[in-house]
Design a protein around this ligand. Sequence first.
Ligand SMILES: [Zn+2]
Ligand SMILES: [Zn+2]
Length: 439
Amino acid sequence: MACRTCGVPLNRYVDLDTRQVRYQHPARVIAGPAGHRPDPAPLDEVDARHVCDFCSDERIAYTFHTTPISAVTDTKRGRLVEHYGTDWSACFLCAGLVQAQDLHGLHQRLRQTGPPLDPVATSAAQVMQQAVLQSLLPGMAVANLGRWPAVPLPAPTLPKVRDRLANLYACPLRLPLGLDDPAVRGALADSVTAARLFWIDPEFTELATYAAGSLPATHLTATDLPAPHGLLAWAQPVGPRADLVAASWTSGPHGLRVVGYRSFGAGLPAGDLQRFREQLGWLGPRVHVLLPPGEPVDAGSPVAVLAASWLLIAQRLTETTPVPVDKAIRKAYQRSGRPAPEVRLVRIRGATTARPTGEAATTHLSERDGPARPRDHRWWVKAHWRRQPYGPGRTLRRPLLVLPQLRGPDDKPIKASTVVRMLAAAPPPPDSPRPGPGQ
Ligand SMILES: [Zn+2]
Ligand SMILES: [Zn+2]
């Protein structure tokens, strides 16, 4: 359970006489005094707020494991025993101090960057830090908790990002989300190394996000994928928490393995950032799904935006163009004898990513308004998913996003805000197809 008001995971107490359960903000001091009564809600209903257990920074990088740790506090109401368990979240800087067994450094960082604490709370936190250092088990895991600023990846850097991600799968750090199984890690390391790179431009990202919201249950097949193994980055963060900037997929005998990634590292001071990139790279696993053959994906799936992106690419609503890769990255590939890296920019067919320049506005009239002011952008007028027959005897069905009309002057950019507004009319359910073009 977590608190609905502040998002902090709550401690559960059972009164041994009455069997009554009550929830309290953890005295795990570092989250700071709550200042309100706990309002318990199941963890999956609250966007739980996880912070570094040593300094309360939200930018968690690693998880440490200890033998079980408990704290005993004497309060006015009696003695309070809290079981803190075995998992400890650490920001990048605290993780370095924990690894170095630097208790003094941890105390100092808590004083400098942690929440304001009274002397009692401070010494309790210090005792806790000491207990963690004394009970530490070897190894640490890449964290998937906490919050980092979502920073989309520039297309020309994708080959470097991909290589660093492949290293993360191959390195000795433990991984979260069930990715730690050696067979899974090995397959992912190979797959990411060979992954085709896709960068989705802002308009297409917006369209894919919209389309994902009404995605009907879809059985994905190999022909829906733009490549058997891929790494795809969006121009804006996507997903229910708007924190996914990329996803990888791996085709294998057990199905399609998809990992969604958050960006991390951004905002650290330069020297720390460089060490961060060396240790962890740019992408941290946030969502992991294995889709066994025949298992459908729909709007509720954590990988819905990726599935919508694939389907839109497969139905040729998009065009791809090569992106020039960073010169330094190209040279590094050359030096190590690898073939030149390729990044494909994917955008809506006919979209102009950049506004054309040096051209007098040609007068284009909108059909309905009659003679009217010239338009400086294009916009979508209607979209819905249709179930399209395909395959042997046309007996199979796959969803097809119907975008019947793109209105406005051909040489003008597609206005992103109108994509959302014009498409936001609720699409009909996929089983009641509407007449569209070609029907
Ligand atoms: Zn609260
Ligand atoms: Zn910290």
